[in-house]
Ligand binder design. Structure first.
Ligand SMILES: Nc1ncnc2c1ncn2[C@@H]1O[C@H](COP(=O)(O)OP(=O)(O)O)[C@@H](O)[C@H]1O
Ligand SMILES: [Mg+2]
Length: 274
């Protein structure tokens, strides 16, 4: 569903070049949940933004659902982006708009008419059980409610892909569990391919099918979460080994129990503070 071929992103500040994403190749299967984990500064957000070209890679190719985004012109890219929803750590809602208006805005940019906009925005709010807050401004919503509005906004355009940048890093563990449960249910019920960037171990374990480990801009290792159950499985990298180290309790509950798993004994365990 998503193919990254040798993607690099180099930032130039003054006369120094800095490689934030270093020749990353990654295949993300349709309908899966791909986790990307690493310490702060590893290049996770930049790589995520490379997928929808919010940050255009310096080199390499990005293919989403058979379309090479890196080959598209501005207008085509704008249209292709409606297939890709995104949510952020700090929700990125407009404070002077109600929940409903925030969700409608994305549809407006997608060229959807007013009546249809309202209907679809209400529908999207209902998916995350927050239709009753349609008329509320963000200031009146809790962190978890704001993130649900942001999820509704991302879903309203009926995307095939949902990109999540530290979606639970600004909320408490209980709210983390709830947000992950919604993301897990949305993936299962709507079949939306999901990429979730995080520095939190419990998030990966609760929700991901596969995890890619990033370090200094490079993708240093990748494995299926099911691998953790294979006797003798040993990640190749230090961060990878941290994932399965003794002091982290693994919960084998099947997907769909994300809330329960995320709220487990290690719910606040983190690799680092972003
Ligand atoms: N627009 C930018 N200009 C210059 N450097 C940047 C820019 N965006 C990110 N970086 C640098 O790239 C590195 C990776 O950043 P980021 O992708 O945000 O990492 P992460 O999300 O893993 O914390 C960091 O060192 C950051 O300072
Ligand atoms: Mg980041």
């Amino acid at each position: 569903m998503i193919s990254l071929h040798d993607v690099s992103t180099v930032f130039t500040t003054g006369d120094a070049d800095f490689t934030a994403v270093d020749r990353v190749s990654l295949e993300i299967p349709r309908g899966s949940i791909q986790g990307i984990i690493g310490f702060s500064g590893a290049g996770k957000s930049t790589l995520l933004r490379n997928i929808n070209l919010l940050e255009r890679p310096t080199s390499g190719r990005v293919v989403v659902d058979g379309t090479e985004l890196t080959a598209l012109g501005d207008e085509e890219l704008r249209r292709a982006r409606h297939q890709i929803g995104m949510i952020f750590q700090h929700f990125n809602l407009l404070n002077n708009r109600t929940a409903l208006q925030n969700v409608e805005l994305g549809l407006k940019f997608a060229g959807v008419g007013k009546k249809e906009r309202t209907r679809r925005a209400q529908e999207a709010l209902a998916i995350v059980d927050i239709a009753d807050k349609a008329g509320s401004y963000p200031a009146r919503l809790s962190g978890g409610q704001k993130q649900r509005v942001a999820i509704a906004r991302a879903l309203a355009t009926e995307p095939k892909v949902l990109l999540c940048d530290e979606p639970t890093s600004a909320v408490d563990p209980r709210t983390t569990a709830s947000v992950l449960q919604y993301l897990s249910d949305i993936n299962a019920q709507l079949g939306i391919t999901t990429v979730i960037v995080t520095h939190e171990m419990n998030v990966i374990k609760a929700i991901a099918d596969n995890v890619a480990v990033m370090e200094d801009g490079r993708l240093v290792e990748r494995f299926d979460l099911a691998e953790l159950e294979r006797p003798g499985f040993e990640p190749a990298t230090a961060i990878g080994r941290y994932l399965i180290s003794d002091d982290i309790q693994l919960d084998r509950a099947p997907r769909g129990n994300a809330a329960q798993r995320a709220a487990g004994p290690n719910a606040t365990e983190e690799l680092s503070h972003a």
